[in-house]
Every structure is written in structure tokens, then in C-alpha cells.
Design a protein around this ligand. Structure first.
Ligand SMILES: Cc1cc2nc3c(=O)[nH]c(=O)nc-3n(C[C@H](O)[C@H](O)[C@H](O)COP(=O)(O)O)c2cc1C
Length: 342
């Protein structure tokens, strides 16, 4: 199978072929998460074992209205370190997707992306209000049109297009299989299934059976997503669904070491490497956003990092206060002293 890396230099005729080989030997990605999967965090996760990462959702219409990318550039920044990364777009109008894909892929920085992912699972009210995100799962024909148009736009640059869906919109409208078939027929390279319904939001348990049902009928790779958090979970999901790869979301917040643990690697994280990871995350964010913005935005990340050891609640409160990088680092050093290796 041709290696997709070629796509950077010469357009492939069928970017679908060999897609999975991008992520071998174990396709285990960081799922897109608005507010969390910034370039610094993606880069850290990739260094610590994620075989691919995806940007948070970016509005295709927003790119059409702001083709200079002034507002969206920060979300689109490449993941560092050379591992595959994707750009996720959301929207409803096929023409918006085409415009956004052409705009992005005509610039070398974004043409380095390994794939464009189409968001068909977001439950956020402001996205649903536009008829985008998981709303698309109500309209299989529109899904076909969007995927067909996006694949055509991506193919001109040798860039594969993927889509991320949910199980359906509600327990009595589980239609992941039908939607995934439409996505495959549209020429997509892979589908990720977050095995929850729209009305579940992030509550309850993911029903992995739905991932298995999708896998059974598709020939393109299927990535399973939802509640992967403990060593052994990949094996459990693989046995239940036969999926080709995995994406991990919430369990990675404040724990970019999760990929190593899920792969069955060293479970223990020394306080030194834990501290270094947090400082790397902070410093790369300061470089990208400036000190004041980075310190403010990373508070929600530190609320996740600083958990599960004696005195962590107090440190979580303290880390909300500093407005400068050095003040945060002081608290992180204190946290590393108090936290024993876990
Ligand atoms: C804060 C947050 C933001 C998210 N943002 C996105 C997003 O931008 N695009 C997307 O496809 N999914 C998004 N998701 C969904 C995750 O990618 C993933 O599908 C979901 O969290 C289930 O996986 P998990 O159980 O491993 O967390 C988000 C989830 C969370 C918690």
C-alpha cells in the first residue's frame, strides 16, 4: 500500500488507500476537544504516545468569512514533532467546506496536515443552532453531499477526508451505520464513531456495540471512541468491535501520559516527568499565545493535572491566581514535591 506521506509531495490518486498505514503500528489518537487540543497540548500528547492528533473543531463558514484566517489560525496550528495530525472542520453548507479545504490546503503550513476531519458529532447548542455538528446525522443525503464535496476538494491536494460521528441523535434514532455508509460512499478515508447519542451529550456510558455494527458494514477503517481510559480498554474495545484504531478524549485532559498507559507501557509517572510535561505545555502555550492569555487559558488544564494526590484541591485553587508564567511554575513545582509518583 502506498504510504500517505507521499501526499505532501505529490497528490495521490486515491488518498483513501493506505490511510491506516499512517498510524501504524497502533492507531491511537488524541480526539479533538475544543479548548483542550491546542497545538501545544497536541504536540505533548504526540510526544508521549498519541500516534495522531486532531485540532479542535473550526468553523468552515468562519474560514469563508475570514479567509485571512486571522481568527482561526491559532486553532489550526500544526502539531509539532512530525506525527500525523488532522484539521477538523464543522459546518452545514457543502460550499463552505469546499472553500475552507481549498483555502487551507493551498497554504503549505496547513497542507502538511495528514487529513481533514468533518465534525458530525458536536452536541454544543451553538453548533446545533447552525444545523451543523451532530445535527447532520438527521440528514443522510446532506451528509453524502458534504462528504462528496469535501473529498473532491481534498483529493485535488492529495489530502484524505475523514468524518467523526456519534451513534445517532437519540436512543430511538441510532443511525450510525446508515450515516457511516453514506460517508464511505462519499469517498472518505475513515470514520470515527463516538458511541454516544447526541442527547446523551457526554453522560452515561458509550455503547461500543454501535462501533462494531459500523465496522461490520464498512470497508474503510473505523476508529472507536468513547470511555477509553484504562490499560486493557483498547483490547476490550478491539475484541468487542474489531475496530481499526482508537481515539481518546477526556481521559487525556491533564494526563497526556494516558497513551503510554493504554499501550501497556510504564504505568508509573515520575514527579519529575510529570512536572516537565506541565511546564512544556505551559511554555509552548506562552510562546503561542503570549504570557497573559496562556496563563489564563491553562487554568482549566491545570484543574485536570492537579488531581488525585494529597493537597491537590488546595493547589488547584492556588493555580488560578498567578497572572505570570513564573508564578504558575512555582505552584507546579510545589505540586510535584507533594505528589508521589503515581
Ligand atoms: C471539552 C470537550 C470538547 C470537545 N470538542 C470536540 C470537538 O471539537 N470536535 C469533536 O469532534 N469532538 C469533540 N469532543 C468529543 C470528543 O472528541 C470525544 O468524542 C468524546 O469526549 C468521547 O470520547 P472520550 O470518552 O474519550 O472523552 C469534545 C469533548 C469534550 C469533553
Amino acid at each position: 500500500m502506498p504510504h500517505q506521506g507521499k501526499a505532501l509531495h505529490q497528490p495521490l490518486k486515491t488518498p483513501v488507500e493506505g490511510f491506516l498505514s499512517l498510524f501504524e503500528p497502533l492507531p491511537l489518537g488524541l480526539a479533538p476537544m475544543a479548548g483542550f487540543t491546542t497545538a501545544p497540548f497536541r504536540t505533548l500528547a504526540a510526544r508521549l504516545g498519541a500516534s495522531f492528533t486532531v485540532t479542535e473543531l473550526v468553523s468552515a463558514r468562519g474560514i469563508r468569512h475570514d479567509p485571512s484566517l486571522k481568527r482561526s489560525a491559532r486553532y489550526l496550528q500544526p502539531t509539532g514533532g512530525g506525527k500525523p495530525w488532522g484539521i477538523q472542520l464543522f459546518g452545514r453548507d457543502p460550499d463552505d467546506f469546499v472553500f475552507a479545504i481549498q483555502r487551507l490546503l493551498s497554504e503549505p503550513l496547513y497542507r502538511a496536515a495528514s487529513f481533514i476531519d468533518l465534525n458530525m458529532g458536536c452536541p454544543a447548542p451553538k453548533v446545533l443552532k447552525e444545523g451543523a455538528g451532530c445535527s447532520l446525522m438527521r440528514d443522510g443525503q446532506l451528509v453524502s453531499r458534504i462528504v462528496g464535496a469535501a473529498v473532491k476538494a481534498g483529493s485535488a491536494f492529495g489530502c484524505p477526508v475523514t468524518a467523526k460521528i456519534r451513534s445517532g441523535v437519540s436512543p430511538d434514532a441510532i443511525n450510525a451505520v446508515e450515516i457511516a455508509k453514506a460517508i464511505e460512499q462519499g469517498g472518505a478515508a475513515a470514520v470515527t464513531v463516538h458511541a454516544r447519542t447526541l442527547d446523551q451529550y457526554y453522560r452515561g456510558r458509550a455503547d461500543w456495540q454501535v462501533i462494531g455494527q459500523v465496522k461490520e458494514v464498512l470497508s474503510i477503517p473505523v476508529f472507536g471512541n468513547g470511555d477509553l481510559e484504562l490499560p486493557g480498554d483498547l483490547e476490550k474495545m478491539r475484541v468487542m468491535t474489531d475496530c481499526d484504531g482508537f481515539m481518546v478524549g477526556r481521559a487525556a485532559r491533564g494526563n497526556p501520559f494516558i497513551f503510554r498507559a493504554l499501550r501497556g507501557g510504564a504505568a508509573e509517572i515520575s514527579s519529575q516527568e510529570w512536572l516537565e510535561a506541565m511546564i512544556e505545555h505551559l511554555d509552548a502555550s506562552v510562546e503561542m499565545l503570549g504570557e497573559a492569555v496562556a496563563v489564563r487559558e491553562l487554568r482549566s488544564h491545570f484543574a485536570f493535572y492537579l488531581r488525585g494526590f494529597e493537597g491537590s484541591a488546595q493547589l488547584r485553587r492556588q493555580v488560578m491566581e498567578p497572572t505570570g508564567r513564573d508564578g504558575v511554575v512555582k505552584i507546579l513545582r510545589e505540586a510535584a514535591r507533594r505528589r508521589k509518583a503515581v
